[in-house]
Design a protein around this ligand. Sequence first.
Ligand code: GLN
Length: 559
Amino acid sequence: MTNYVFITGGVTSSLGKGLATAALGSLLQARGFKVRLRKLDPYLNVDPGTMSPYQHGEVYVTDDGTEADLDLGHYERFTNVSERSSDYTTSGKIYSSVIAKERRGDYLGGTVQVIPHITDEIKRFITNDIGDADFILCEIGGTVGDIEGLPLLEAIRQLRNDLGRENTLFVHLSLIPYVAAAGELKTKPTQHSVKTLLSFGIQPDILLCRSDRPISDEEKRKLSLFCNVKNECVISALDVDTIYQVPISYHEQGFDQQVCLHFGKTEGKFDQLLKTLHLKPGTTKPDLSQWKDIVTAIRNPKDSVKIAIVGKYVQLLDAYKSLTQALVHGGIENRIQPDFIWIDAETPADDLLAALSNADAILVPGGFGERGVSGKLLAIQYAREHKVPYLGICFGMQLAVIESCRNVLGIKEASSTEFGPTEEPVVSLLTEWVDGEIYQQRSEESDLGGTMRLGTYPCLLQPHSLVQQIYNGADLINERHRHRYEVNPAYKERLEATGLQFSGFSPDGKLPEIVERSDHPWFVGVQFHPELKSKPFAPHPLFASFVNAALNHQKAQND
Ligand code: GLN
């Protein structure tokens, strides 16, 4: 029987429900269990694909091309389990499928209602495609009490009834704020949050209490008493210096032990069972050595480098969640601490160049629209001319090609059709391509979700190129995409003659996927998003190599 853990959040948003879910997933995995992690977001957008990064942070893309909340990035980084479309939904998607069924007449003339039709649809989503998972960890987005989240809470309340207490567990993540004037941690907001949950019929089994200082036994007793949760199930979730410490800290606080106890998967019992099956006992004790090694590497760097990130959304760093994590991973591999210089692409040219002069490497990440493009082009030109390591991701690759066209080839009109009609469409809308066996066709009129190249695509690497070396000699790689426009191969010959090599192509030879400069120590542009696949325990080779190139540049400058 699959066990379900539901994670809700109270008091405020941004408490780290996604991280808590991901960390619990990794702890259960470390005990030998198979997990799937999924999220339901309460908002009415069908997916976050059309939302501004300022509203929602980064849009995470899975292998199968699902545009999802950034928490799915945490799930993958902590568990290495590939997320898929059956792991992410929104109220918008749930409602649209119910309404589509109603239009088709599936409800046979019945009145369509939130209960049972919407809640049934939610329950179907939660219990669908579970495969051989021992645990389904299911995060409910938003904060308890939000109006649009009510059907989600009602559905998980029903699921406890349907599946039984022994197969379901409610974890509530809440904030215990420190009030300086009183010199105390306050439990009242959490008491109220639990009361709200109770009013929907949900009694949490475990309280995860976020705080910036240790919670005393007395405060724990209070929370236990007022929230009707066992004392040992009041788990302290203290702020930590790196997110990869979270599984270790949770384990020290007994979180995974309590989860296992609830489901009867106690250490003793399970070990005995394993012995009777002549299997090695001890698998129920989590092996956390991987996390300890990662944390040690992060806390003890040998060097540090400054990486300038020139983007449009630098005011909200959630917009670059996977990117900063991938750079941290690249640092883990090299024992280098990456420090970030965030540069708003709309910074006036002189200030922008001054900021870049402190950088050991420059990165232009993905982005959309013309605003900020001139600043990004200037940063790319600076990296090219001053031989500063450059990594261009998606938009950052497209703009690197445009920059070389304009400033090296002298094609002043070189542009992307994303910015309007142009005589020199160096980057243009892709209207047809082959996705596996399926021929895909789009036009300017397709809806916004429809024109994107999304998910994993293969890419052939040019023999003897820098990228092939970086990918350890691989001929074929698979990376994730999220973009509407493509580099136009019609400019390839001319660009290659001036040093910009096209070193990665789609297997049909139609879509340029990677460019690199042969006259530069480290200048790479990739059409895909390598940051989406990087893991702390398996840093992505492009980021590991880029961070290392930054250190080499720094050393060369100091010599
Ligand atoms: N705006 C560009 C496109 O749609 C790049 C997108 C991105 O960087 N993700 O093709």
